[in-house]
Design a protein around this ligand. Sequence first.
Ligand SMILES: Nc1ncnc2c1ncn2[C@@H]1O[C@H](COP(=O)(O)OP(=O)(O)OP(=O)(O)O)[C@@H](O)[C@H]1O
Ligand SMILES: [Mg+2]
Length: 267
Amino acid sequence: MTPRPPRIGWAELPRETRAAVEACAGSVTEVDRVEMGERSDIASVLDTEAGKVFAKGVPAADRQAAWLENEARINPYVAGLAPPLRWRVEAGGWLVLGFEYIEGRHVVYSPGSGDMAKLAAVLKALQEIPCPDVVYRRAEWRWKDFTDRAETMAGEAMIHADLNPGNVLITEDRAYLVDWAGTCRGAGWVELAMLIPRLIGHGHGPAEAEEWAAQFTPWRDAAAEDVDLFVAAESIRWDKVAADWPYPRILLAANTSRQWKEWRRGR
Ligand SMILES: Nc1ncnc2c1ncn2[C@@H]1O[C@H](COP(=O)(O)OP(=O)(O)OP(=O)(O)O)[C@@H](O)[C@H]1O
Ligand SMILES: [Mg+2]
């Protein structure tokens, strides 16, 4: 994990890139820069003649471009769960994706939050979609350096794999999942296992977080020893990341993963 250079603004994109975006989106009249998230070098809400659009982009030669391509390829298969991709522009050395703008706020993961039911509805819908062939990343890759049984996390479900609160937008009546760049194929319970430390980090007790996960079939069907193996590997993974990058959100993830592991050991 290498820190990205600071985000640039719309006006700093090459003229050719801006012209190509405007050919798809219409003339840009106002720009609101988005600070949340760090993978894209530009992320902005563009106000255009045709309405608002969320645009994110990276230099086309950057290795992050492959992640953005991943997100673009997956979008048609997750219609209804993700904001639809309106256009994809490659021009002036940049790759930029334009999504339907969602007027929403980030999810609140605290116990008792009304957002949890909206999140559950969107996750259940995701669990019903067969994993399309375009999803080539494999969940087990993520843990291969932290356990010699990473294949435990393998499976055929489609997993978003990054449900940090910045990637779940809440509107009046529902939740949308954004940022499908890291979507992978794996065991269905892995999505919930990756989410549980986040819930713990926002005030859920480990038992309460697991109880919430138990409303989903893949969690109820998961073997306890597979989850134990995951929890051990995930805790080692976060400790390693935290040793290299001791940022607050990473330290929190390392702590909550450890807390969950210790709770499961003590059951
Ligand atoms: N369609 C959308 N409408 C409105 N806001 C959006 C939309 N998509 C994303 N956002 C906002 O922009 C932020 C950044 O978007 P996203 O997470 O897709 O980009 P990223 O910076 O590339 O990813 P990462 O979070 O992995 O660094 C999100 O946290 C969310 O607040
Ligand atoms: Mg994000």
